[in-house]
Design a protein around this ligand. Structure first.
Ligand code: ADP
Length: 542
């Protein structure tokens, strides 16, 4: 027997319609590439998204076509999210920090029919436009006054001109909720990038789940500033969750340094933010230097790579900001787990609570997870045994765009490539990415654990631990460190800091001090690069 409830498809256009209708006066504030702060409301965004829909029709972008963006977090990008997906076309956000050759490869693989880009990326697009045969329209996301006098891109279009020429009346079409809505390529540290192709249904379910109190806890009383880019897994879904709940949205544009972000936090009375640890390092350094305080910030989501416990402590103890340690990946839209205490933890000591808070947290409802051993058998949830982390759920990929890489699933589960433990209460902790794990004498050493200890040292700004070849033990840990500006620290002092905190055989064999650690396109430490750089490093014990 079937239920008797209405069969209304879960479509992304309903989010912007709802926000415009029910939160019409809630603001979207953007720091623009052109300079000034721009403000409008969800009502205005809803109207402009309809103009986008009409503009796409005029450009010949239709149902199922891919339309790409190279853009920072800003209001035009936001409207494109809704206009493009709303007509049943596919919003393809490209990470502009990739190399031009990779960008061209991705745009060609996706067969993007139109490319919308911020002024910042004009030189980049001029360099690759001739290599994008499928792309018929190049649209600069600016107004007439900021259009270049000349460009090597033939027929370069002006976004505001196109929007002005497009009608504001548009009825969002209804279609199957399983229709593709947006496309995001994994960074492809090994091999070519692969496209995760989200659907309206997966995006909507993910938005509901991520707004829940024990997820990212988003509401109409919040002012949310995603530092995480809209080209990095849809700013972790916040581009959908914020208008869904009616939160005021603050978009930081191209300026993601500590000072610019702090200024926006204060000026716009931001209550919640989200970003990778490297972004927060910059912000915290700026705060410390200037003796600054947050007047409204209550919580921040930290994920994308492990948030060092020292950073959680600084946010919570020194600034009273709750850290929501979250884990996920492009293939998971991206949310998998978020760390929040259960009521039973509230009676425990601060130390015990903190121990829980350093994990990546519990699975958000909708995500099912398990850890398995090398032979594929399930491993116990005891908080100690670690194994390969597998997931499944309605916003987890079942394959990549155009079948790239074959069938990724194992008995219906997606292998994440992460190694983790899960406690009896379901708190998951990432030990490593499987390719970063250090294999010493047949045992595994967690690079994340060692990095977390190193960054707790007051003279350490950043730390990465990689495995270096060792004649007897296969691999041994090498600690690579960036000191804080002006700080003095020797190899011996730093190694002494590890004593008593880890098993003896986990002790890094050597320390290398560097000026900077290379970061990838999503702001994570590039360990592949470090491994190349230190391939011939001779350990003192070797
Ligand atoms: P890529 O790094 O290829 O761009 P993603 O951005 O999707 O891909 O990153 C997903 C990976 O990032 C996860 O598989 C995991 O290794 C790592 N990651 C994400 N969040 C966390 C976290 N909170 N702690 C540790 N690792 C994390």
């Amino acid at each position: 027997m079937l239920g008797l409830m209405q069969d209304r498809a879960l479509l992304i256009s309903t989010i912007i319609e709802h926000a415009a209708r029910h939160h019409g006066d809630a603001e979207v504030v953007s720091r623009t590439v052109e300079g000034p702060i721009h403000r409008y409301t969800y009502a205005e965004a809803g109207r402009r998204a309809k103009r986008v829909a009409n503009m796409l029709g005029a450009l010949g972008v239709g149902f199922g076509d891919r339309a790409a963006t190279l853009a920072w977090n800003g209001y035009r990008h936001f409207e494109l999210y809704y206009g493009i997906s709303g007509i049943g076309a596919v919003m393809h956000t490209i990470n502009p920090r990739l190399f031009p050759d990779q960008i061209a490869w991705i745009a060609n693989h996706a067969e993007d029919k139109a490319l919308f880009f911020d002024l910042t990326f004009l030189p980049l697009v001029e360099g690759i436009a001739a290599r994008l045969p499928a792309c018929r329209s190049f649209v600069l996301m600016t107004d007439r006054a900021h259009m270049p006098a000349a460009s090597t891109i033939p027929g370069l279009l002006c976004y505001e001109d196109l929007l002005a020429a497009a009608a504001e009346e548009f009825a969002w079409p209804a279609f199957d909720e399983n229709t593709a809505s947006s496309l995001c390529y994994t960074s492809g540290t090994t091999g070519n990038p692969k496209g995760a192709l989200y659907s309206h249904r997966s995006t909507m379910l993910h938005a509901y789940a991520s707004a829940l109190p024990d997820s990212l806890n988003c509401s109409a009383r919040d002012v949310i500033l995603p530092v995480v880019p809209m080209f990095h897994v849809n700013s972790w879904g916040l581009a959908y969750a914020c208008p869904m709940v009616g939160a005021k949205l603050v978009l930081p544009g191209p300026h993601l340094d500590g000072r610019s972000v702090y200024e926006l936090f204060e000026a716009e009375r931001v209550t919640m933010s989200a970003g990778v640890p490297t972004v927060w390092q910059g912000l915290l350094a700026h705060m410390k230097q200037g003796g600054l305080r947050f007047s409204t910030l209550k919580s921040t989501v930290i994920g994308g790579s492990a948030c060092p416990p020292a950073m959680i402590r600084t946010f919570q103890d020194e600034y009273g900001v709750k850290v929501l340690h979250a884990w996920g990946m492009t293939e998971m839209s991206p949310l998998g787990t978020v760390c929040n205490l259960k009521s039973k933890h509230l009676d425990q000591s601060a130390e015990e609570q903190f121990r829980v808070e350093t994990t990546q947290g519990r699975a958000v409802f909708g995500v099912d997870m398990k850890i398995v051993g090398a032979d594929g058998t399930d491993l116990p949830w005891d908080g100690k045994t670690f194994g390969d982390l597998y997931v499944r759920g309605p916003w987890v990929v079942r394959g990549y765009f155009k079948g790239e890489g074959g069938d990724p699933l194992v008995d219906g589960w997606f292998p994440t490539g992460d190694v983790a433990t899960i406690s009896a209460d379901g708190y998951m902790q990432i030990t490593d990415r499987s390719k970063d794990v250090i294999k010493s004498g047949g045992e595994w050493i967690s690079s994340i654990d060692l990095e977390n200890i190193a960054v707790a040292h007051p003279a350490v700004m950043q730390a990465a631990v990689i495995g270096v070849a060792h004649p007897k033990w296969d691999e041994r840990p090498l600690l690579i460190v960036v000191r804080k500006p002006g700080a003095e620290l020797t190899r011996e002092e730093l190694l002494r800091f590890f004593e008593g905190k880890i098993a003896k055989w986990w002790m890094p064999d050597d320390v290398a001090f560097v000026e900077a650690i290379p970061l990838g396109a999503t702001g994570k430490m590039l360990k592949t690069r470090l491994r190349e750089q230190f391939r011939d490093h001779r350990l003192p014990t070797a």
